[in-house]
Design a protein around this ligand. Sequence first.
Ligand code: FAD
Length: 325
Amino acid sequence: MLQVLIIGGGPIGLACALEAAKAKLDYLVLEKGCLVNSLYNYPSNMTFFSTSERLEIGKVPFVSNNPKPTRAEALEYYRRVAVSHGVNIRLFEEVKAIKKSGKGFTVTSSKEKYSADNIIIATGFYDIPFKLNVPGEDLPKVTHYYKDPHFYAFQKVVVIGAQNSAVDAALETWRKGAEVTMVVRQPEIGQRVKYWVRPDIINRIKEGSIKAYFNSSVSSIRDREIDINTPDGMVTIENDWVIAMTGYEPNLEFLKKTGIRLSKDSSHKPEYNEKTHQTNIPGIYLAGVICGGMDTHSLFIENSRIHAKRIIADIRKHKKADPVT
Ligand SMILES: Cc1cc2nc3c(=O)[nH]c(=O)nc-3n(C[C@H](O)[C@H](O)[C@H](O)COP(=O)(O)OP(=O)(O)OC[C@H]3O[C@@H](n4cnc5c(N)ncnc54)[C@H](O)[C@@H]3O)c2cc1C
């Protein structure tokens, strides 16, 4: 019987693992993909908006050569942390269900069954892309996960969205010779776009290098064209690829199936104690960005690293109060 089973090997799942090890708790992390799977799937050339020390976990220094670290440096950092601390993690093993059983829980993964006294769910928000819900969305030319600009050289690319990921994709692909059109629901480029990148995209649009339709949405996608609903009416343009950077949502169904209550408002925030991170099910805790429900922008690595300490402190408190477990 494990004392703690952590679901998700992202930065915050790892932070929980380090904290559990420090408290000498018998723990295991289960991760459905590779180590820090979400970060691995971010665009290859992505740069964090946080400085490296704000991404540190377990007081392990994160040394970067850049003012803002790159994805490659972050992958290297979290892997080194996992190796140097001998983090007990099983990769490519997805948790399918959590069931109450006696004083603890039975966890069923894609490979095995486990028993644990406590569960920490740190499953992030990068798994389910927001759908456009338009005809043609399922064509192979449409992606919700942009990786690398080279692929799009000399192609007609539509980028949907105007936040960081969309802006990075538009600028990178344009710089590799793509003909880029942005389709933006809002009247302007997002205010949250990295302050050193925003002027770049605004100027490329102003000079006409990148075309942008604001207050507009894609209404249909076909093999060679795309229809855009603009304030001046429907526009049809030739198109090879669509990069839909429309955001992601956490797997809230998994929480519901586990019995965790969600708020009734549009944030669908899971119910948990802000001090201990224990949910309405005693023994099940939430850590990291999943705590925000649909409000995926309020929590990130910087401000959710602290969850690990709060959770492990609470687990230790209960352990002392109940020496049998
Ligand atoms: C382009 C981009 C740039 C960003 N830049 C920054 C930044 O500069 N600073 C910052 O602080 N934050 C930044 N963020 C946000 C940050 O990456 C996330 O907030 C962070 O990854 C959250 O960590 P987490 O451990 O909660 O979730 P994640 O990193 O998403 O980890 C969750 C893990 O759980 C795994 N998982 C999910 N379901 C299961 C299951 N059923 N069984 C097993 N494993 C499962 C996933 O595969 C994943 O590895 C950025 C995000 C993006 C998209």
